[in-house]
Design a binder for this molecule. Structure first.
Ligand SMILES: Cc1cc2nc3c(=O)[nH]c(=O)nc-3n(C[C@H](O)[C@H](O)[C@H](O)COP(=O)(O)OP(=O)(O)OC[C@H]3O[C@@H](n4cnc5c(N)ncnc54)[C@H](O)[C@@H]3O)c2cc1C
Length: 402
């Protein structure tokens, strides 16, 4: 059996290794259009490769995917985080878990992951063909697949498409010509640009907060990092992922509403101030923060509320207090543009999931054709979820089940 894997990234390698393990007699070839293999794995996670996330319950795991939740729920029943940890351990790569759940190789080096995949391919006799970009694919009358790869006209019994995500729809044209619907690709996982907003002077400050995109349903709670260009951090990246489509439609110009107290209501903030009134009355404004916000951030908000730092708290009028409460619970900034997040960025969109069987990864319209990785309309939030989707779909596709 000749198996053609199109794309030499994480999903392509995992699919190739799985194909060889499930079908040792198969002739498996990875066709890669560039001269580099596993290039994203190499640069991933700031050079450490965030392999997966310590979330072992398939249903919970699937919730981290703005696109693909339902599809992956089924796939995760077959291969998920436990299986990933075991696979790497069986191949002598131990993973460690950081406090936020992200899992990395204990070597803290993505090269370890590159090596285990490349060595695994070599040991199993997977063939590698570089500078081989696939341009067209069709099913022949004898049931095999005809592939145009570079200038070559090749035949394969099975093909697994693992060409990753791309921001331009033209990259998917050859798959659309095959009859597959392509959900328009748009970027996911980015940070917000806020030119002209004074808050940028607080760069480096992190505040646990709730962000909401005004005029949409997008909302996310978690750490917000203030940067020299705007806002970043887990809550913002999560909002950019769940809002990838609506923010694209807004041309990345929108108002972000921030509750700097993780969603505490105006009433409960007011109550906290009044409950602690006696204690606060003995302090100057600069030291009268009952919420333990970062000092620079508290000073910035006092300043905007028109409250001098050295004013005794007890002498502050209702109007200034109301202004401060509003700034803490209902702060607003104009976002104009996005910046790519350097640690991890992905594409929302790709091959429509209703045309692929989540139990096998086989195309519902072209027998013998399989998909895995980011080429599918699947993307996760940051934290190792994108590689997990590549391992899961790659492993299952490599089984080549009908
Ligand atoms: C900077 C960065 C850091 C990241 N860090 C992390 C992380 O730490 N953890 C995490 O979970 N995710 C991370 N991601 C996301 C993750 O890298 C991707 O989701 C994952 O690589 C997808 O794997 P893939 O194999 O589907 O696609 P890719 O890794 O993109 O591989 C696709 C391959 O196919 C080749 N190709 C494309 N078209 C053709 C064609 N027509 N013919 C032949 N070959 C073709 C490409 O050249 C490429 O080599 C990161 C992404 C980036 C950009």
């Amino acid at each position: 059996m000749r198996v053609a894997i199109i794309g030499g990234g994480a999903a392509g390698f995992f699919a190739a290794l799985s194909a060889k393990d499930h079908h040792p007699g198969a002739e498996v070839t990875i066709y890669e259009k560039s001269d580099k293999l596993l290039s994203k794995v190499r640069i991933s996670g700031g050079g450490r490769c965030n392999v997966t996330h310590h979330c072992t319950e398939p249903r919970k795991l699937a919730k981290h995917y703005p696109r693909g939740e339902q599809f992956l729920r089924k796939a995760f029943e077959r291969f998920a985080v436990r299986e990933t940890i075991s696979w790497f351990s069986e191949h002598n790569v131990e993973l460690k878990t950081e406090t936020d759940g992200r899992m990395f190789p204990t070597t803290d080096s993505s090269q370890t992951v590159v090596d285990v995949l490349q060595e695994g391919a070599r040991k199993r006799g997977v063939r590698i063909a570089l500078h081989c970009g696939a341009k067209a694919i069709e099913r022949t009358s004898d049931g095999s697949l005809r592939l145009m790869i570079g200038a070559q006209d090749l035949r394969a019994d099975r093909a697994i498409i693992t060409t990753g995500g791309h921001p331009s729809p033209t990259s998917y044209r050859w798959l659309a010509e095959l009859g597959h619907t392509i959900v328009a690709p748009v970027p996911s996982l980015f940070t917000f640009n806020m030119p002209g907003e004074a808050i940028r002077d607080l760069m480096g400050v992190v505040v646990p907060a709730r962000v909401r995109i005004v005029g949409t349903e997008v909302e996310s709670t978690g750490p917000v990092l203030i940067t020299h260009w705007g806002l970043s951090g887990p809550a913002v990246l999560r909002a950019s992922a769940f809002g990838a489509r609506s923010l694209h439609a807004l041309d990345y110009r929108f108002t972000v509403q921030v509750n700097w107290l993780e969603g505490l209501s105006e009433e409960s903030v007011r109550k906290t101030f009044s409950d602690q009134a006696d204690v606060l009355a003995r302090k100057i404004a600069a030291n009268a923060d009952p919420f333990h916000l970062p000092k620079r951030f508290w000073s910035y908000q006092l300043d905007r509320a028109g409250i001098p730092m050295d004013r005794p708290w007890g002498t502050i009028g209702k109007k200034e207090k109301n202004r401060l409460i509003d700034l803490l619970t209902n702060d607003r900034y104009q976002v104009s543009g996005k910046t790519t997040f350097k640690e991890e960025f992905v594409t929302a969109g790709g091959v429509a999931l209703n045309e692929v069987d989540p139990i096998t990864m086989q195309s519902r319209s072209v027998p013998g054709l399989y998909f895995a990785g980011e080429v599918l309309d699947i993307d996760g939030i940051t934290g190792g979820f994108n590689f997990q989707a590549a391992w899961t779909t790659g492993f299952i596709a490599g089984k080549l089940e009908a």
